[in-house]
Design a protein around this ligand. Sequence first.
Ligand code: N2P
Length: 344
Amino acid sequence: MKTKHIIAALVIAAFVMLGVSSFAAASKSLNLFCWSEYIPQGVLDGFTKETNIKVNYETYGSNEEMLAKLLPSKAKYDLIVPSEYVVEALVKRNKLEALDMSKIPNFKNIGAEFKGFPFDPQNKYSVPYMTGSVGIVVNTDKVKDDIKGYKDVFQPKFKNRIVALNDNREIVSWALSTEGIDINDVTPATIEKIKPLLKEWLPLVKVFDSDSPKTALLNGDVDLGVVWGGEAAILYAQDKKFKYILPVEGAHRFIDNISIPAGAPHPDAALAFINYILRPEVSKLISDAFPYTNPNLEARKLLSPEQMANPASYPPGQPKLEIFRDIGKNATAIDKLMTDLKSR
Ligand code: N2P
């Protein structure tokens, strides 16, 4: 009888402890808001396994979509992955937390050439996540022309054979470059200037997709397009018939960063996550799944020669690539123009 009571008490105690610990685990979480097709689930699972911190993962397809959800809401996200021009804008508006670098010792793995960009000279608010270019992909089985630039892609003969990023700032920059205008010179006058070109271009596009533009090319729904470098790298790794070309008119380089938005509910979990993904072996897993240009030089040492030779991940030579700057209020002119044109 006595032993039975002791066993029962032990069982109850075990249940209580289990309940308490699972509650403690559930209360530790991290709200990550990141681009789609940019971080493998295995990395999130690895973090949870090690720390017991549950990752709530939400995705977006453009910086503007991220801002539209981030800015009006009560602080909800712990981590975001803004591109350089958006870091610049958010810092100006005090919308990012300063990072406690003593919690991110693995920042040392980032190459010096990826630190201290003008949008955050001291890396006070941002750690480079991945960088890359935006370029042209051609299925050379289907397209025999020598495609060199945007003008060669957006031709009437390719109508309904083109995929383009569903990203207004991107598309506008391609038209600006084609007209010989700086990609950051966005004013009502320059917008007016590129309008006729975009009026011709947009109806030629079959698929607008920022999340996974590779899919339409893989399926054979389209034969060429303008996409993120990492998407092109996945195509090239699967089949060398997919060629990557940096547009002659001028190509765009993005630097995407990981940052903690102001008022984030779980800043400690956020710092732990940043440090975790900067481990070479973890960062390598990100490159394996999403082969962008990895700024983590220790992780690069773990990549295969084939991965390092992929021209869409690591373009050969020293191509001149341009970087977006914050264009302030003129950003609304872009959206207005594109809404006008797409609704035709
Ligand atoms: C990842 C998209 C890359 C982001 N799917 C470009 N800034």
